[in-house]
Design a protein around this ligand. Structure first.
Ligand SMILES: *Cc1c(COP(=O)(O)O)cnc(C)c1O
Length: 394
């Protein structure tokens, strides 16, 4: 028997979450649609175990399609178990809610995804939770912010839009010394390139909308936990009533099968384009931990086995009109939210507006690029003519 724990990531993505013998030989776990699940007799119906989230009980807790996706993501990341949620944001909300009783103190990295901050400010704070933002550059020094009522430290590395790395193992060691849980939005690292549990994360949160699904047509969140926090987290998801359609789980699992080849290819193209951009006269610097000169490079190299194809480009000071002209001139980069699909995207952003514990002044406008599976030579040619339009717009 092959030891499943020893399998490498590409083998796991090909084999996890499927059992052809159970499904008449079908390679893929079929789409199981169910709300009502019937039981053979009163005794078995009445003895349902509320904490057994991996058997068919009622549609809200999932069907074999849901379980297949959850099992595959958990196995790839090396966690104890996973639960699927209807969006990445719902996954963040459910995970935070599990630690957010009135009077609790929660530490949030100042560089987090803006909707995470929005939820903390508008919802958690009004429900009596003390939300404190911390400098993402703090490593072990996070210990100085932990109070007797601190229940969770929330990390995101690299940070949304600013791409600052965090020393998650150092933060986790300090948090665990005080019995505090470590939650991390690991969407950029993905379960493929970042083994969260080996770096001290207790609860790993993914926007499955991004690389896991990978084709820009599914909204999904996944929360993976270690054994210690599994039931606490899974019960919170159940209490909020979150569930995901089996069709979306099927599509996400189909996407996950190819996450390795997609991400390796996209990483390679992203590095090619990032290096080319570094040499462009219009560019001040590129924010991408996978680049040797990036301030977060050493941590990235230590903790990650690869990089997402999403990075920031700080342009030399230019008018808003000129930056818009650059983006509008691109024909191969779409303009829109999200990332992690097979196609390239470009937007401008200003994460400095959302900071409170620290300030962030990069010295020029920020362009965020997602590099898809197109040929990088075509993407660079597209960017080149975009820069020409930017110059014309002055
Ligand atoms: C997109 C994103 C999310 C939210 O995912 P949705 O599925 O769009 O709700 C959360 N965190 C990060 C870092 C993201 O980029």
């Amino acid at each position: 028997m092959t030891d499943k724990k020893k399998l490498r990531p590409d083998t796991i993505t090909a084999h996890a979450g499927r059992d052809p013998r159970r499904f008449d030989g079908a390679v893929n776990t079929p789409v199981y649609r169910a709300s009502t699940v019937l039981f053979p007799d009163v005794a078995s119906y009445e003895s349902r175990n509320p904490d057994d989230y991996k058997v068919m009980r009622y549609g809200i807790y999932g069907t074999p399609t849901t379980f297949a996706l959850e099992e595959a993501v958990a196995q790839l990341e090396g966690g104890h178990a996973a639960v699927a949620l209807p969006s990445g944001l719902a996954a963040i909300v459910a995970a935070l809610a599990a630690f957010a009783h009135s009077g609790a103190h929660i530490l949030i990295a100042d560089s987090v995804y803006q909707p995470t901050r929005n939820f903390c400010d508008k919802r958690l704070r009004t429900q009596g939770v003390e939300v404190e933002y911390y400098d993402p550059a703090l490593g072990a020094a996070i210990a100085g912010l932990i109070r007797p009522n601190t229940t969770a430290v929330f990390c995101e590395a690299p940070g949304s839009l600013s791409f600052e790395m965090q020393d998650i193992p150092a933060i986790a060691a300090a948090a665990h010394a005080r019995g505090v849980a470590v939650l991390a939005d690991t969407t950029w690292g993905t379960p493929y390139f970042f083994r969260a549990f080996e770096h001290g994360v207790d609860i790993s949160i993914h926007a499955g909308t991004k690389y896991i699904s990978g084709h820009s047509d599914v909204m999904l969140g996944v929360v993976v936990t270690n054994e210690r926090y599994w039931l606490e987290l899974r019960r919170a998801v159940a209490d909020y009533g979150y569930c995901v359609s089996p069709d979306d789980c099927y599509l996400a699992l189909r996407g996950l099968r190819t996450i390795g080849v997609r991400m390796r290819q996209q990483q390679q193209s992203a590095l090619t384009i990032a290096r080319w951009l570094q040499a462009r006269p219009e560019v001040l610097r590129v924010l991408y931990p996978a680049l040797e000169g990036d301030p977060g490079h050493a941590i990235w190299k230590r903790d990650f086995s690869g990089a997402a194809s999403l990075f920031g480009v700080i342009l030399k000071p230019a008018s808003e009109r000129a930056v818009a002209a650059l983006i509008d001139a691109l024909s191969l980069f779409g303009i829109g939210s999200s990332w992690g699909g097979f196609e390239s995207l470009a937007i401008r952003a200003d994460p400095g507006r959302y900071r409170s514990a620290t300030s962030w002044n990069p010295g020029g406008p920020l362009l965020r690029l997602h590099i898809g599976l197109e040929d990088p030579a075509d993407l660079m040619a597209d960017l080149e003519q975009g820069f020409a339009q930017m110059k014309l717009a002055g």
